[in-house]
Every structure is written in structure tokens, then in C-alpha cells.
Design a protein around this ligand. Sequence first.
Ligand code: 0WD
Ligand code: CA
Length: 379
Amino acid sequence: NHHQQRQSGSAPEPNPLGSQSLSTRKELYERDFPVYKQPVEVGSFSLDGERRFFNDARQMRYYEEPERSPNFDLRDGYKDRFIKRDDSVKEKLDHILRWIIANRTKCSSSATTASSRALDADFVTWRGHLTKLLTTPYETREGWLLAATMFRGTLYISEVETEASRRDRENRTARHEEMMYWGYKFEQYTCADEVHSLPDPSGVVNTNEAFCTVVQTRLADHRLLFSGEVDCRDKDPNAPAAPACYVELKTSAEICTPKQRSNFHRFKLLKWWAQSFLPGVPRVIAGFRDHEGVVVSLETFHISKISHLIKNEFNCWKPTVCMNFCCDFLSFAKHVVTEDNPSVVYLFTWEPHRDVTYSIHRDSPYSFLPRWYIEEMTS
Ligand code: 0WD
Ligand code: CA
């Protein structure tokens, strides 16, 4: 179990302070596993079918184990029972910021309002942005842009869509568009709205709806506050407290050959592990589907067992490399971001096979902390 209190290694810093860039070479991050405190859920929120924010768990769903071997048709309801979120709308950190305002007492530092630090966290971000950091040393295809702003002592990190990812989004094939629906349809087959009700596959799939957990944890000396979308929870009332009762649902192509198994271990399990390890979600339930979008089998992956599962894979990814790189990126960001000013953005840029670099932008379109948040937190 990697959620432990262990001392970090004493290997030399791969990127001495003062450096203008950060290497992503995996060899540099093969040190002892850093301290990663067990994440604690400090709250949750919901987004409804129209993407409206609610400071409660109304969108929480309950996992229902299928009675027999599944035969879920993931194409059912596409497109006549599908309401798709508009993914050209960039919400940045807005929902998290709304949650912070609604729960200020839960996240204020003990040193009252006189302190220049408004929050009890060094970093505020989405879990998905941290997942991208964790997988960076192994990523060979997609780069990223992360905007960072320091406001009252806390670093806010929000993703900026890259040109390449915008092009991909605008040029998706019809097949790809449909396959993006399959994951949500799988959730509908396996999740119930109420603890004593059953899933209703005859309903509409609306991807505006979301239930998000907000967790607090610490990676080495970085205190983190982040939110992530959670698919559902164990319906057993005796299940452990959140986030340990949460279940992540995934779909994946059926594995038929050793090559497919190896790719699944090397690439997909890395993403699944990183995403769920961060908020302390203990298991992923995968629906394996054929090319026609029919789920033919289910398999549970325990996050704490994934690193053992992959050990037989040649040249495979290592959790310690992921966590040490993330940790060093956060140190690098703390070192670079010096001006406490919501209208200044430090834009961190990474492309595969390159180092992480940054540029500074004052009063630019990259600024992402909304005026309503700044005003609320200054008063
Ligand atoms: O505006 C943006 N650039 C982003 C907004 C980028 C990433 C996330 N978000 C927001 C949205 O408000 C969303 O509700 O984040 C929420 C999800 O955050 P997360 O948990 O940090 O994201 P991630 O771990 O990447 O994805 C979790 C799930 C995905 O499930 P799968 O099983 O496919 O990993 O959230 C969904 C998706 O179902 N999802 C999104 N939902 C709305 N907007 C987005 C997105 N941009 N990305 C993934
Ligand atoms: Ca999912």
C-alpha cells in the first residue's frame, strides 16, 4: 500500500532550484516512494443535467453488481437518448471555487483572516490535472499546458487546451464520437440513483451530470486540495467511509492476444491507476466490450494490486516515478511562481521528449480566477 508515511529518498535533486526547466526523463524519478497521505474527503458537490452547481451529493449513484454475465449493448440510446455536455465550454476551476466559497470554514487556515493565506492548501486543482502530471514521464503522444496563479499564498492550477487537443476535439470521427458515449452508457447499466433502486438503462444519458468528491492530502511537503468526478459508491451501508467506498467504472476493448494484454498493462492500467490512486478510490470495475460495443465481461481491479499485476511486463511504468515527478513538478511550480497576483499566469508547457518550460502572462486571456472568487476571498 503506497498511501504510507515513508521518508522520501536522499537521492540528489534531479533539477536543482534555479533551473528554468524540468526534465521528464523517468530515470531521474526512480527514488523511494514519496510520502502521500491517505486522502481525506472534505466534501462533495454535484452538477445537474444543465451543469448547475449544487453543494451536496444529489448526483451520487450506487453500484449494482449485475446478476449474471453481462450483455450490455452500449450503442443503445445513441443518439436518441443522449444529451452531450458542450465540451467547447471551458469551466476551468469554477466548480471547485464555488465549492470552496460554500465551505470556506472547512478549508480556511487556522490563522484566521488576518493571514495572507486564505486556504489551508498549497495547491488547488482538478484531480485530472494531477493525473496528467503523474503519467507525464511515460507519455509519448500528448503534451499539456497548465496555467498556475498564486492568490493569497495558494497555487491554483488549471489546464489550458493545447492546439493539438483542440484540433482532435474538432475533428473527431463519427465512430470516435459514438465510442465516447459507450463509457457513459456502461455507467447507466451499472448505477442506480437510489440505494434501494435498480439501474434504468431505458433512461436518457446526460453527460452534464456529475458527482465530484473534494479531497485533501499531502504529497511530500505539498498540501493538496483537489476535486475529482466519482462514478458511484458501494451501496452496502457498512462500506467504509468515502473515498474508500467509491468505485471507478471503465470500459475497455476485450483482450484477445498477448500483445493486447501487454498494451493494456503498459498504457491503460497506468492511466487507471494514476486517476484512482490520487483520490484514494480503491477499485476500478472494468467492462470489456467487443467491437460492436457489447460488454461481455466484467473485471475488478484493486488499485493497490495494480503495481504487482504489471511487474511481469518488460520496461513497465512504476508508481514511484509518477509520484516523484509530480512532487518535483509541484516544487518547480512553487519555485517559479513568485508573484501573488490573480492577474498573473505562469504557463507551464510540456511536449513529449521535451523538458517542462514556462512563460509569464500578465492580464492575459490565460487569467482564470474569476472576479467573484477574488472578491469573495478578499473580503
Ligand atoms: O474545462 C476543463 N478543461 C476541464 C474540466 C478538464 C478536466 C475536468 N474538468 C472538470 C469538469 O467539471 C468535470 O466535471 O472536471 C470534472 C472531472 O474532473 P476530474 O475528475 O478531475 O477529471 P478526470 O479524472 O480527467 O475525468 C474523470 C471523469 C471522466 O471519466 P473517465 O472514466 O472517462 O476517466 O470525468 C469526466 C469523464 O467521465 N470528464 C469530464 N467531464 C466534464 N468535463 C471532463 C471534462 N472536461 N473530462 C473528463
Ligand atoms: Ca469512469
